[in-house]
Write a protein that binds this ligand. Sequence first.
Ligand SMILES: Nc1ncnc2c1ncn2[C@@H]1O[C@H](COP(=O)(O)OP(=O)(O)OP(=O)(O)O)[C@@H](O)[C@H]1O
Ligand SMILES: [Mg+2]
Length: 392
Amino acid sequence: MTLLQFAIVLLLGAIAVLLGVFIGYQAAQGRLRDLRARNAQLAAQLQLCEEAEVRAEALEALGEASYNALLLLDELHRVVHLNAVARRLFTVEKGSDIAPGSTLLALTRHHEIDDLVTETLESGEDVESQVMFDDQVFRVRSHLVRTDGEPLVGLALQDISELQRLGRARRDMVANVSHELRTPITSLRLLADTLKRDERLAEHGLWLLDKIDDEIDTLEQIAQELLDLATIESGRAEFILKPVPAAEIIERAVQHFTEQARRNGLEIEVQAPPDLIAMADAQQVERVLGNLLHNAIKFTPEGGRITIQVERANDKLQFSVTDTGVGIPHDERSRVFERFYRGDRARRGGGTGLGLAIAKHIVQLHGGTIWAEEPPNPPGARLVFTLPTPEE
Ligand SMILES: Nc1ncnc2c1ncn2[C@@H]1O[C@H](COP(=O)(O)OP(=O)(O)OP(=O)(O)O)[C@@H](O)[C@H]1O
Ligand SMILES: [Mg+2]
């Protein structure tokens, strides 16, 4: 081999080695790039995990701060999560996990609560109810969420025993006070009557006594209305629902007010087909109509007209009292049913603001609704309520 040939072989060898090194370097670079990309991916995933953890901790803190017992359940009613109040309520010790796969029924042993979850899963809608648990009354609400198609049901239980107790105490107090007021009111009336018969009394004295009489009337009405409201609210009022012709109830209610309407220069018109039958406590409904008629007379100036109507509306009867008086402003139409609510000074007309509150309770106890609406020919007011029918 000549020197030249040897040099060429050496050169070729060197080139081959260099090529090998170059290819190896390129491959290593590629792998490095892959590793870097994977690294970045893992870092992003880690960040997401950390964020999810922070969010889960924040949500847990929120749950722990709640006064309500909160539970999260899966499709098979298994408890996924519960807060401290729920643990205490269902006596699961804090810190100790509930047995894996425990169902709501195993935890609470309460079928009604379990049924709420079934209903929510089936309907997909929020369900609300009241249940008794451990001698306490709870308002329960359930809500459905879907995460990745998997249904989860959130359940919140609010202890309302104290609220109910306070409501009862308020009603009892109102009932007692109004009952106690009756005796002094009766005595006042007797004293005023005795004074009126005193012949030595001057004209001015008599005039003052008439004023006293008016005030006693108002006092008596307040006491009676408070007592009625407390009795109805407490559920102690006896409601006996029977089929009664609507026209009969209306006729009896109107009779009471014919004279007063005539004195005020008002006309009362009744539109009541004789075949409409309501499922109602006639005396109580007479009371509702009486309160509405009394208002219509009070708030309608001389020359006005009051129309009482009853008609069938789906499976209910719809009663309405429409007048041509001052009317009820739009933004007051739901407030007039609140206890003691009275419109502005111009529309007070002497009253305690309990008439419509009582009417609302009576209608609701019949399973009906009551509302105020725009009359067909304003100005004026129109009060409407519904009652069940025997078919319903
Ligand atoms: N027909 C009506 N026209 C105009 N305003 C009305 C009518 N009915 C009720 N209102 C308004 O609603 C308020 C509440 O009525 P509600 O019957 O409850 O109380 P009241 O009539 O003031 O007092 P009470 O009925 O206790 O004697 C009234 O003060 C009045 O402002
Ligand atoms: Mg009234």
